[in-house]
Design a protein. Structure first.
Length: 1101
């Protein structure tokens, strides 16, 4: 028998060669051929490809009847297990030896040779440090298990020497591994891998294996030294065919004489690679050739079809010839065979990808989605983006044309595809964490949890509002916080839920507390059930998290996790597979541990165990289904497609970080043929380049999506661009690299030839919505149109309530939108996870206003402070008390001043004023103390506070004009703490006339936004009254600077635009707006509103 090497520069040529071999049936009609493949995706493609060659059809003598039968596809692991006699689970696999190795480690920590490892695992530590380090045990054991298996496969003489007490090849600081290995072998009681391997090789050389006579290995670019030895042994009694995709027959010939493993530093095979792509990306195939047998093997090269006369074809031809031959090559203007797209972040990469794919499909009617392969180094980042940009054609009417493409996402993590496994991961993240408000709310939003507790979207929004208002930050309760060094209940889930439940029966201002629980306001009676469901969720979650702590056996961890998921989730009959998969995966974890499932583990161990176990695993069914396939770089490596797209070749992502593991003995002095992840990724890129038959598309993040700062491409991509520059007689980088704008509606995306000069007659984007947006964006720039080009028609004259008039003048511009029932956008604070350590000026005002209100209702100052403390708004500890006392003292001063002014019994006075023309002003003024109105605010006293007293004062004066009415306004001073008091005397003019004018302003303000921002207009009027420059004073209050001005108010932005200049308010007065001495609308309205009040204040001084 023989060892046959078949080489080709394209994998489809190899597949056809394999088909030719398999078309000759074995002598036994019931015998099957065995083909070993490296990945599921390759298996699916190869079986489909062979179906066009094998079979009994006679069409053109090809047998192309679409049947691939009599062929068994196997993975290399299953083949090795069979020939080594371990058809069941390999006892020396990394997962299998992790548990006995953990037992060995635990038993060896007191040994002198194990001191380094013992210190790393906290064996000599105490308290929290010990617990923290002991949580590394499983992770360390699993990592060492992987290293030991790697040694046995890639350098078997190393563990063999350890058993013979020979550590000469082992660095002195790693000799403890030899001791561990010897103890592990003793504990296992079976032949170690290198012994088993040697016995298997000897047996195969002597008598072969119970395998088909003809064996094939297809598509490998790297084989370990032990794999090659097994193949050589198999070839003694079997026909062994190695189908090797090798990018360059010329390089193979140049390296024919370089055989045998050598230290990687001594390997100079790259000097024979005269093509820069082969030199930088082809280390794996060069080292594989060095490791293959030099004698007794046949070598066949299968030539492929001629390459197209395109940039991609030239690049592949140069790679095949191991040369650079740019002479006579000139890139055709329409050549788009190699496309590199520089984008702003992952989302824009996916946007660009769908436009590129639609363009390719539109340009070539023969191309189908199955001819396109999309590969991505970081599938979990891009999967949701791809799901959002493709495949929604049946859901979203008028959507982007790319939504009509069916997309299949392969080899995703089980955590992402099964919501229950995602819940398991979330629970493990919550366990041992602070249990923040956002973490628990995210869990509540998960579909299985929603189903268990019956949460609707509205329910979850109400719960979020409650959590924010109740000031829940982190921690389930006081006991849960103690390990974090915090020993109080405020801002915990218990604190918040108690407030919510108390709020069902009591209001915030009832002054009736339940122990130390202050009821949360606005928990309506119709929300009783929802509050109960929230309390049940938090209670169950607390119990589940409590069971996922401490040190316990693996079986106890699995039981706690299973029961916890059962308590928190529910799935329907259609999703029952999620429960089955959950139980299957967790039972598999127990089965791998076997009789060591009682091993004591900690939370960190379980996190590491399940994170590795639930990682992405491709299945055969996910590939070559007729849809557009999206996968990682490995499953479909080297499989030819007309279009190969590589998405996300960012500098920080590709190739994978290959930091040297300090415990890896092989990494100290690596040899050729031994695995290197960065070289592996570079080989994947080379395979992708050679797999593209028509077009190669690459996208990467070349600019920060927020700042626009340029970012470099991944180093292998930069090297590829350098090689492409050398492929033609002139550099092509500027013609193949497209720098995309940040926004998809940028005009360059929709103008023919503006973005891609190779397609001068076609726009880049197929999105008609973006075309409309770009047209608008590119339109003629004009001044922002008025919100209302003309005042709305006047409403029928009706009576006006005093409350409505007062509310309007709190914000006259906002009053216009209120009249239209239009709600202005408002910033809603999100849920905060961190406890407050300080409160800003606005929060201080909120706290002070509540304290002042409580004191005015008769609550003692200390009780008001305690109420605020029970709300959870104040910083913890002494810092919170200090700030709270400062605010309380200020509020107490204001309350005392108000008490001095509020003498007598307060009363409410109903007013009814005839305004003429059949209109009346009616309402109630309260509280009135004798003949005086007394208002008090925690704010620094300003015009709006005076106005809030002035209008009721006018109503009283108009209603009962013979009484000497007055008003007192109390507030904080601009500086210091002594309360500021302003008195307003009887109006100098007719109160009825002044009210009639205010109602006229009210009517005008309900028809259009009038130029009457309160702060700005008050500054204007004050300056006019005192003889200063009113425009200058108004400008200071209008323009935003260190603090927001009136120009930043939501109503003003909506009415006049963001950053509107003051001159917007300074138009000449219209008919009916005039006021003597004022030539602007702002001035006229300010004078009408404020000057009578200022005169009354002046008279009262």
């Amino acid at each position: 028998m023989a060892f046959h090497i078949h080489r080709a520069e394209r994998t489809d040529v190899l597949a056809d060669g394999l088909g030719g071999l398999l078309s000759t049936p074995p002598d036994d009609p019931f015998a099957e051929d065995l083909v070993v493949v490296p990945a599921r995706g390759v298996e699916r493609w190869l079986s489909q490809r062979l179906s066009h060659v094998l079979g009994r059809g006679t069409d053109a003598g090809t047998g192309a009847d679409g049947v691939c039968a009599g062929v068994t596809f196997r993975s290399p692991a299953s083949l090795i297990a069979e020939i080594s006699g371990t058809r069941e689970d390999d006892p020396w696999s990394p997962e299998a030896i992790t548990w006995p190795l953990l037992e060995v480690i635990d038993a060896s920590l007191d040994e002198p040779w194990c001191e380094l490892l013992a210190r790393h695992l906290g064996h000599f530590s105490d308290g929290e440090e010990r617990e923290l380090r002991r949580g590394r045990r499983y992770a360390v054991s699993r990592r060492l298990a992987g290293l030991f298996v790697s040694y046995a496969r890639q350098r078997p003489e190393l563990p063999a020497g350890w058993l013979a007490a020979d550590t000469g090849q082992t660095p002195s600081d790693l000799t403890w591994q030899a001791h561990l290995w010897r103890r592990l072998v003793d504990l296992m009681g079976i032949d170690p891998p290198h012994v088993r391997h040697a016995d298997t090789v000897a047996r195969l050389r002597q008598s072969g294996a119970e395998l088909p006579h003809r064996l094939s290995l297809f598509g490998y670019t790297r084989l370990a030294v032990t794999d090659i030895e097994l193949l050589e042994a198999l070839s003694v009694h079997h026909d062994l065919h190695l189908w090797l995709p090798h990018p360059s027959a010329a390089l193979w010939a140049a390296l024919r004489d370089q055989r045998g493993a050598v230290p990687r530093q001594a390997d100079d095979s790259h000097r024979q690679a005269r093509n820069p792509v082969l030199a930088s990306l082809g280390r794996d195939v060069r080292e594989l050739q060095r490791g293959l047998p030099a004698e007794g093997a046949t070598d066949e090269f299968l030539p492929g079809p001629a390459r197209p006369d395109t940039l991609l074809g030239w690049l592949q031809a140069d790679i095949a010839a191991n040369s650079v031959a740019p002479q006579g090559r000139s890139l055709h203007p329409s050549d788009r065979s190699v496309q590199v797209h520089c984008c702003h972040g992952p989302a824009r990469q996916v946007d660009v990808l769908r436009e590129v794919l639609l363009g390719l499909l539109a340009d070539d009617p023969t191309m189908e989605p199955r001819d396109i392969l999309v590969m991505c180094p970081d599938i979990e980042t891009y999967a949701p983006l791809i799901g959002a940009d493709f495949g929604l054609g049946e859901v979203v009417a008028g959507a982007h044309p790319a939504h009509r493409l069916r997309v299949r996402l392969a080899d995703r993590s089980l955590v992402q595809t099964n919501p229950l496994l995602g819940i398991a991961a979330q629970l493990l993240d919550l366990a041992g964490s602070r249990a923040t408000a956002s973490q628990a709310l995210n869990l509540a939003n998960a579909e299985p949890v929603r189903a268990r507790f019956g949460f609707t979207d509205d329910d979850l929004q109400n719960i979020t509002d409650w959590v924010r208002e109740a000031n829940v930050r982190w921690g389930f309760d006081q006991a849960h916080r103690i390990p974090f060094g915090v020993d109080f209940v405020h801002n915990t889930w218990q604190f918040g839920v108690d407030r919510i439940l108390a709020g069902v029966a009591l209001s915030d201002d009832s002054q009736s507390w339940i122990d130390k629980t202050l009821p949360l306001d606005d928990v309506g009676s119709n929300s009783v059930e929802l509050a109960g469901r929230l309390a049940e969720l938090v209670c169950r979650l607390r119990a589940v998290i409590g069971s996922l702590t401490g040190a316990q056996s693996l079986s106890a961890w699995v039981t706690a996790l299973t029961e916890g998921i059962g308590l928190l989730t529910r799935v329907g009959d259609d999703d029952a597979w999620q429960i089955s998969q959950l139980h299957r995966e967790l039972n598999d974890v127990l089965a791998r541990a076997g009789d060591r499932a009682g091993t004591e583990l900690r939370l960190a161990d379980i996190r590491q165990l399940l994170h590795r176990h639930l990682a992405g695993r491709p299945t055969r069914a996910n590939f070559r289904t007729g849809t557009l396939t999206v996968c990682t770089m490995v499953p479909m490596r080297s499989v030819p497609h007309r279009v190969v797209c590589l998405v996300g070749l960012d500098d920080t992502v590709f190739p994978r970080a290959g930091g040297v593991d300090g415990d890896d003995a092989l990494a100290r002095e690596p040899r050729t043929g031994e695995r290197d992840v960065r070289s592996e990724d570079r080989q994947l890129l080379l395979d992708a380049i050679c797999a593209a038959t028509d077009t190669l598309v690459i996208t990467y993040t070349g600019a920060n999506e927020y700042s626009g700062q340029p970012r470099p491409p991944a180093v292998p991509l930069a090297e590829l661009l350098d090689a492409l520059d050398a492929t033609t007689d002139t550099p092509v980088r500027d013609r193949i690299v497209v720098h995309h704008p940040l926004q998809p509606f940028d005009r360059r995306n929709v103008e023919p030839g503006a973005l891609v000069t190779a397609e001068p007659d076609e726009p880049f984007s197929f999105d008609t919505g973006m075309l409309d947006a770009a047209r608008v964006a590119a339109g003629e720039r004009t001044d922002r149109p008025r919100l209302a080009a003309a005042p709305l028609p006047p409403e029928p004259a009706t009576d006006v309530s005093l409350a409505e008039l007062i509310a309007f003048f709190r914000d006259p511009v906002k009053g216009f939108f209120r009249a239209l029932d239009f709600t202005l956008p408002a910033e809603v604070e999100g849920v905060q996870d961190a406890m407050p350590v300080e409160i800003d000026a606005l929060q201080q005002w909120t706290v002070g206003d509540r304290m002042l209100t409580d004191m005015l209702r008769g609550m003692p100052p200390q009780r008001a402070l305690e109420a605020e403390w029970c709300r959870g708004t104040l910083p913890p500890g002494q810092l919170g008390w200090r700030q709270a006392k400062e605010i309380r003292d200020q509020a107490e001063l204001l309350a005392r001043e108000a008490a001095q002014q509020r003498t007598g019994t307060p009363r409410a006075i109903d007013v009814d004023v005839d305004l003429g023309d059949g209109r009346r002003l009616a309402g109630t003024v309260s509280p009135v103390y004798g003949t005086r109105l007394v208002t008090v605010t925690y704010s620094k006293l300003d015009g709006k506070h005076l106005l809030a007293a002035w209008i009721p004062l006018l109503a009283l004066a108009a209603h009962a004009g013979r009484t000497e009415w007055s008003a007192v306004c109390i507030g904080r001073p601009r500086r210091g703490t002594t309360p500021r008091r302003e008195e307003i005397g009887r109006p100098q003019e007719s109160a009825v006339d002044l009210l009639r004018d205010l109602v006229a302003i009210f009517d005008a303000g309900r028809r259009e936004p009038i130029p009457l921002p309160l702060k700005t207009s008050y500054a204007f009027a004050e300056a006019r009254f005192s003889g200063d420059d009113p425009i200058h004073a108004a400008g200071k209050r209008w323009r935003s600077g260190r603090f927001p001005g009136d120009d930043a108010a939501a109503a003003h932005v909506r009415a006049w635009g963001a950053g509107a200049p003051l001159r917007t308010l300074l138009e000449p007065p219209r008919a009916g707006e005039e006021h003597p001495g004022e030539d602007t609308r702002l001035g006229a309205y300010a004078a009408r509103l404020w000057l009578p009040m200022l005169r009354a204040c002046e008279a009262a001084r």
